[in-house]
Design a protein. Structure first.
Length: 118
């Protein structure tokens, strides 16, 4: 299984970035984005299920949009109205589609830096 992220970078406050994560090697029931700022714990940003249901952490609602391609292999995170508090390393996560009786298995991307300057 491989998750390859792209799209991070530096932007001024109020700007936008779009992250992409291409997954291969399995079928995934849900995919999502986490982030970890320096000195802080990794936090869930947004998730999308195989059926297309989405969820977001309160701090990004109305600014970020998670989406998935029709093949269910690539997940995107459109980030608008960025502010310095969004500065972090963003990680893609994919949960493997498995039988309910089997233990959960998930995978992580390598991380991509997002830096927002004021």
């Amino acid at each position: 299984v491989q998750l390859v992220e792209s799209g991070g970078g530096s932007v001024q406050a109020g700007g936008s970035l779009r992250l992409s994560c291409a997954a291969s090697g399995s079928v995934f029931s849900s995919m999502g984005w986490y982030r970890q700022a320096t000195g802080k714990q990794r936090e869930l940003v947004a998730t999308i299920t195989y059926g297309g249901s989405t969820s977001y952490v309160d701090s990004v609602k109305g600014r970020f949009t998670i989406s998935r391609d029709n093949a269910k292999t690539t997940v995107y995170l459109q980030m608008n109205s960025l502010n310095p508090d969004d500065t972090a390393v963003y990680y893609c996560n994919a949960v493997e589609l498995r039988m309910p009786s089997m233990p959960k298995r998930d995978y992580w991307g390598q991380g991509t830096q997002v830096t927002v300057s004021s």
